[in-house]
Design a protein. Sequence first.
Length: 659
Amino acid sequence: MKKQYNIVLFLIFGGLTFLTSCEKDFLERAPLSDITPEQYLHEESQLAAYAINRYGSLPTHGNFSYGTFGIDANTDNMASIGFDTKYAPGQWRVGQDGGDWNFGNIFQCNYFLQTVIPRWEAGEISGSSQNIDHYIGEMYFFRAWEYFAKVQALGDFPIVTTTLKDDLVELTEASKREPRTEVVRFIISDLDNAIDLMLSASPDGAQNRLNKACAQLLKSRVALYEATWLKNFKGTAFVPNGPGWTGAEKEYNQGYQFQAGSIDGEIDWLLDQSMEAAAAVADAYTLVPNNGVLEQSVTDANNPYFHMFSDVDMSGYSEVLLWRQYDNGLGIQHNVPVYAQIGNYGIGLTRGMVDGFLMNNGLPIYTAGSGYQGDDYISDVRENRDGRLWLFLKQPEQINVLYPSILGTHATPIEPIPDITNSNAERGYSTGYTTRKGLNYDAAQCANGGGYTGAIVFRATEAYLNYMEASYEKNGSLDGKASAYWVAIRNRAGVDTDFQKTITNTEMNMEAKNDWGAYSAGVLVDATLYNIRRERRCELMAEGHRWNDLKRWRALDQMITEPYHIEGFKVWGPMQDWYDASDLTKVSSQTLSDYLRPYEKNGNELVVDGYKWTMAQYLSPIAAEHFLITSSDGADASSSPIYQNPGWSTNANTPPTDL
C-alpha cells in the first residue's frame, strides 16, 4: 500500500517531471547537467518559456482531428458517426483509476507561483518589469483555467496553492474538497491577479500569447457559469448546502456559509462580476464585419467573417483575442482544412441546430409568413436564413477550392453529395448537414496532415453574449448595453435587428422539439431568455461551448423521462434520389422519421430508442482509487476525506443511481 500511494500520489500531485520540458528550451544557455531549480526562474526569458509550456492545456493545442470545431460533437448541435454512451443510462460508470481528479497541471502552476512570487517581490528577477509581470499574470490565468475545468467536471474540489511533499498525511489532508462556490471565488481571485498583471496587448504583438482581455473574458465566462449553475440547480444536491449535498457528510464542511450570505446573494455577486468583466472586453473590441459574400469565384470579394475562422494569420481580426499559430515550414500542422472540405471528420450539424437559426427577417422558421422554403433540399434550408447559416452550412456542388495546388493531395474541390452510408469518419457524413467553419479555399492546406491555418482560442463576441445573458439573469430585463450588443451581433449576422419581434413570435413548444436549451430543470424557459440562448447557440456554433452551456443551464432533465432523437437532414424526401436504393437500406427507416437518425439504423444500438439522461451525470464521478489511497486503512472509502458526487458510488464499475 505504501508503494502504491507513493507512486499514485506522485503522479496526482505532479512530481518534478516538468523540469525536463522546461530545460529543453534553455539548452543553449547552459548544459543540461548544470540546470538546477535554484538557478531557474530568475530572469524574464525563463518565465516566458515556463509559461508558454502551459498553453498545451488550451483546447486549440489538443489532438482533435477536426480541431476545436469538433468539440461540440455529441450534443444537440453536432453528432459524430458513433453515439455517446453517456446518453445510454447505465453505460457511464465509476472508473477504477484516473479521471478528472488529478493535480499535475495545477502542481506546475503552483511551483511557478510559489517560486517566482517571492523573488519578484524582492526584485530578484532580471528583465523587463512589464514582461515579468505579464508572465506571472499568465500563470495566474492558467491556474484559474485548470481549476475552472475541475469545477465544470467535478464541482467541489480541493484548493491547493503550494507544491506538497510526498507525505501521506499531508496529501490526505489536502484532499479535502472545498465547496464549488469557494473554488470559483478562488478562480476569480486568480483571474483578477492576471488582469492586474497582464499587458493589454499580447507581448508577441500577434495575439499568440494571452493578454488582459483574455483574462477578463474568462472571468466573465467563469462567473456566468457558476451563477447560472447555482440558479438552475438551487434546491438540489448539486449546490453547497442543498438537500442531499454530499459535502455535508464531512465534518470539515459543517456550517458552510456562502460568502455573499446566501445562495441568492452569491448568484447576484457572480452575475455582477460577469457583466463587469464582459463589458470591459465588449466595449473595447469591435466585431469583424460580414459582407454577406460566400466566395465561389476568385473574383468574389473576401469575406472577413468567414476567413476569421480559417486564415493562416489571424492577428488582423479585431475580435480575435488569442489564436494558435501553426507553421508549415516547421512542420507544425493539422488536418482541419482537409475535413472542413468534406465531412467534418464525421461530425455533422443536427437538424435541431439547423432549424434553430432564424430567417433573415428575424422570424422563426415555423412562423406564418416567415419565408421559410422548407428542407426538401439543403439549398432550400439556406434560403432567406440567418446569414451565419447561409454562410456556414454547405450544400452539394459548392466550390471548396479556389486556389488549386499540387500540394493539396487531400482536397475536395467540389462539395459532394453527403456520403451518409460511409462509417469512415474521414469520408462519412453523420447527419448530411456539414459546416464550413474552418474551410480554407487554398488546396495547399489539404495535404495529408499538412494544414497550417490558425485556430481561435478566444474571441470577443463571447463577451457580448455573456453580458446579454448575465444582464437578463440578474435583472429579468435587458439593459442598454445588452440591447446594443445584441443588435450588433444580429446586424453582423444579417438578421433583422428587432430582437423583440423574434421574442414575440417565439413559440416555446415548437423550439423545444429541437433545442435542449429551451429547458432548465425540465421546464421551458421564457422566450426572452431562450432567444438569448439561441443567439449564443448560433453565433458560437461548432466552437466548443455547447456542452458546458447545457450543463450550467440544467438543460438535460427532460430526457430523463422523454428520450430525444438525434436527427439530420430530410433523407426521406426528394434528396433520397441522390442515393441508390441499396444505399438507403443502410440508413434509418422512413417509418421512424423522414429525417436521418444516425444512431437508429439497425435496431440494436444502445440508443435506438433515443438519447436519455441520468441526473447524476451533470457531474463526473471520482474514480475509486482516490478514496482508497486517502482512506485510513486503504480499504474503507468512507474514511477518506474525499466524498463522491451525488448519485455516484465509490465502488469501481458501478453506474449512477437515480436522484
